[in-house]
Design a protein around this ligand. Structure first.
Ligand SMILES: Nc1ncnc2c1ncn2[C@@H]1O[C@H](COP(=O)(O)OP(=O)(O)OP(=O)(O)O)[C@@H](O)[C@H]1O
Ligand SMILES: [Mg+2]
Length: 343
């Protein structure tokens, strides 16, 4: 694998922009997805170790102007953007307008992936298993009687488990009303209600545009009470190193099935260069896709258990190699030596 990180195609005097939203002070719900300074520094160092210059550009209201003035030759984008909805698309849109090449998915894919219902509509078109669902736009919207309880309620447009708590798993209409009302009123956005997948949970990191599937991670909830076996604010403390099992202990058949579903999802959503896909098994043991993260967290410290780097470390890569591999995939794509494939 190392040979393919040749990364020689970026001229030596190139300036690589790092577009990011850096976390200022304590983390709050609004900036739950912003990056720690250590992550941004680690990316800069990895790129600088290749002899390239870096320039950091904060993805705030001055971002467009700075990109326009600085005109980096290539951008490594980890920006979450500001506000809600399609926020992760903001920086890629600016880069498209300015004609600056960048790594990662395009604005359309990033916007779709942030909307869990739109994502699932596309997956359904391609026959990729995903739980049945409904979007509740208002607190008094009627509930689809075709959905089978238990159901799972979460915000339509968030990530990082924002709005997901122990109460997200609901057993009847009364609980569903209560939880969705609280979320819609507090976050001022719709909720998605999905059938609950009772089986094991996996997250799958992918690199490149073939793409390459990295060792699968299992989120092992087995020592929690049954009604708490999902990733939410209250169980974050629980999901430390030994509960994120990588490579997952699964048989060859299931491994192949998960990998196939991950690759199909990557292609159906037209992801580029990297992505992390969350899945769970349904009652029949079939992997169902919960969501796709085309802009996965890249915290370098193994103690942080950031899932994308964790899968790469298990594959024997160093942090620098992760960053180089992502850049390499993006550069090859622009050169036309790697092609996006249809699902
Ligand atoms: N339909 C479902 N059935 C069972 N569990 C679910 C379902 N949907 C979500 N979950 C649980 O809730 C967790 C968070 O859901 P999801 O991945 O959709 O939200 P997120 O906030 O975007 O996550 P991330 O932290 O990966 O950004 C999942 O990892 C899973 O444990
Ligand atoms: Mg998730």
């Amino acid at each position: 694998m190392k040979e393919s990180f040749s990364y020689t195609k970026i001229p030596e005097d190139s300036r690589i922009g790092i577009t990011c939203n850096s976390l200022q002070g304590e983390r709050r719900e609004e900036d739950a997805e912003y990056d720690e300074p250590e992550t941004i520094r680690a990316i800069e160092r990895a790129i600088e170790r290749k002899g390239l210059e870096t320039i950091r550009i904060e993805a705030d209201l001055d971002c467009f102007q700075r990109l326009r003035e600085e005109r980096p030759d290539f951008v490594f984008n980890i920006a979450e953007g500001v506000g809600r909805g399609a926020r992760e698309s903001q920086v890629p849109f600016m880069l498209e307008m300015l004609g600056i090449p960048y790594m990662g998915s395009d604005p359309l894919t990033l916007a779709i992936a942030l909307d869990k219902a739109r994502t699932k509509e596309i997956l359904s078109y391609y026959g990729i298993p995903t739980p049945r669902f409904q979007v509740l736009w208002n607190v008094d919207d009627g509930i689809d009687s075709a959905l089978d309880y238990p159901l799972f309620v979460k915000p339509l447009l968030e990530g990082s488990s924002i709005g997901i708590t122990e109460k997200s798993l609901v057993n009847d209409g009364r609980q569903l009303r209560e939880v969705s009302k609280e979320l819609i009123e507090r976050l001022k956005e719709p909720v998605i209600v999905e059938e609950f997948l009772e089986g094991r949970e996996f997250t799958v990191a992918m690199l490149g545009n073939e793409p390459r599937v990295l060792p699968i991670i299992e989120l092992d909830f087995s020592s929690l009470p049954e009604e708490k076996r999902f990733d939410c604010f209250e169980v974050k403390w629980y999901l430390d190193d030994d509960k994120l099992v990588c490579p997952a202990r699964i048989d060859e058949g299931l491994k192949r099935r998960i990998e196939r579903t991950a690759i199909k999802t990557f292609r159906a959503l037209r992801c580029r260069d990297l992505c992390r896909i969350d899945m769970r098994l349904d009652a029949d043991g079939i992997p169902n896709v919960i969501e796709a993260n085309p802009l996965p967290g890249l915290a370098p410290d193994p103690k942080e258990n950031s899932r994308f780097p964790k899968a790469c470390y298990t594959a024997g890569m160093s942090y620098d190699e992760i960053i180089w591999a992502v850049l390499d995939a993006a550069v090859r794509r622009y050169e036309g030596s790697s092609h996006i494939q249809s699902p």
